[in-house]
Ligand binder design. Structure first.
Ligand SMILES: [Zn+2]
Length: 426
């Protein structure tokens, strides 16, 4: 077999067209040479791209056709050619524009500053949508650090184009990339069923709400046009919303009310378990909703709690009454039911100090009554914040192994923000 002139290897194929087509090469660029490097494992296919002598190139600023001033040889990693890693090399000119001076041109197959071709980056991003970044990097045979750089570039470019002029109602919640890690706060558009995420930012508290308003207005939105904000019962958040969105009503999501009482039941159970032998399975039985999802052993545990007259059983019964409140058809009915619920819960908890955590939950709900009732006025579906949890979970999975908020945030955007095809450059 004939040996190629440059080092060990063999020339591959004679049709230049296959590669030229695959690269999307256009005038004045053409494929000059291809060469399979067999001394490396896996083998490397090197494609050499160039132009004819005297070719002219567009100025990167004004597009005027200019003469080349000088060249710099650059190399990009390209899509694998079967099992071979593939590299593309080309002398990239600087043009001498009469108006803009000497400037490096943009090659059509790669973006500025990247050492991958556009097709390679597209393939990498397609993998990142389907699997953790670590696994995608392994599959593409690049370091995860380089892959993250690609992901962050495309996500941020796509975000910059996001148009938030139609946003009128938002909800937000906080989460951590990992248990105990730094928090991020995520804002969603209540008017969007799919890809609802608008903004994610490190931290939790007042500053996040203010940052969201700035982001909203930097993307064509109007803070004064926000008519409803759904959030949890934290006083800091609620004050920030009041200060930041002057025309917004505040709604507490029902999910947070249920959460509050579920936590109270668990707190009662934990203290009681220190003094009393609890029925087997009491913990799981009491955190579940009592309308159908219960297994026989859960029912047994609950019956046993009741028979023994334990405070945990009482707390559970109070929590389960929330379902009746939830089913109210109108705001008036909801207010009536919630008031009855609170009064009844007062009576039930008055007798026992073990139920102190439930008393606290009752006090919080009383204090938040109007914001809770507000959900019956809202025209938006209420389960959105719960849906957010599955988005968080997916993002956590994709960003597994990295604890920086930036990587977690990028994944949340990639999976759940309305940013369209992020490889699209217009
Ligand atoms: Zn120019």
């Amino acid at each position: 077999m004939a040996n190629a002139s440059s080092g060990p290897g063999v020339p591959v194929g004679s049709s230049q067209d296959i590669f030229a087509l695959g690269l999307g090469l256009e005038e004045p660029w053409t494929l000059l040479d291809q060469h399979l490097e067999t001394s490396k494992q896996p083998h490397e296919l090197h494609l050499r791209v160039g132009t004819r002598r005297g070719a002219q190139f567009p100025c990167p600023t004004c597009g005027r056709s200019c003469k080349a001033h000088d060249f710099k040889e650059m190399t990009w990693r390209h899509l694998n050619f079967f099992q071979h890693h593939c590299y593309l090399t080309a002398p990239v000119p600087r043009v001498n524009c009469p108006e803009h001076g000497v400037k490096r041109i943009q090659v059509p197959w790669a973006r500025e500053g990247s050492s991958f071709t556009l097709l390679f980056e597209q393939a990498a991003l397609a993998l990142v949508r389907e699997m953790p970044v670590k696994a995608a990097a392994r599959q593409m045979a690049i370091t995860d650090k380089r892959l993250w750089r690609v992901v962050l570039f495309y996500v941020h470019r796509a975000l910059a184009r996001m148009d938030l002029s139609a946003v009128r109602a938002v909800a937000f919640d906080e989460t951590a990339a990992k248990r105990g890690h730094r928090y991020i706060t995520v804002f969603i558009d209540l008017g969007r069923k799919h890809e609802p995420v608008l903004f994610a930012t490190p931290g939790k508290g007042k500053d996040c709400v203010r940052r969201f308003r700035r982001f909203l207005e930097a993307h064509g939105g109007d803070g004064a046009a926000i008519a409803e904000v759904v959030c949890d019962m934290s006083g800091a958040f609620q004050n920030a919303v009041e200060e930041t969105f002057e025309n917004a009503s505040q709604t507490v999501d029902w999910f947070h009310v249920v959460q509050l009482f579920t936590d109270a039941v668990e707190s009662v159970r934990r203290s009681e378990a220190k003094q009393t032998r609890m029925p087997k399975g009491a913990r799981w039985a009491t955190v579940k909703a009592g309308d159908g999802a219960l297994k026989d052993r859960d029912r047994k545990a609950l019956a046993e709690l009741e028979r023994l007259g334990l405070a945990t059983g009482e707390a559970y019964k109070i929590k389960e009454k929330l379902r009746w409140v939830r089913k109210a058809a109108t705001p008036q009915a909801a207010r009536w039911r919630l008031t009855r619920f609170l009064n009844h819960a007062d009576e039930m908890t008055a007798r026992s100090d073990a139920l102190e955590p439930v008393r606290k939950a009752i006090a919080t709900v009383r204090q938040q009554l109007d914001r809770i009732i507000q959900r019956w006025h809202s025209t938006y579906s209420n389960a959105r914040l719960e849906g957010l949890n599955s988005i968080f979970q997916a993002a956590r999975h994709r960003a597994r192994g990295y604890s920086s908020p930036a990587t977690f945030i990028a994944m949340i955007y990639l999976l759940a923000a309305p940013i369209g095809d992020i490889t699209n450059s217009t």
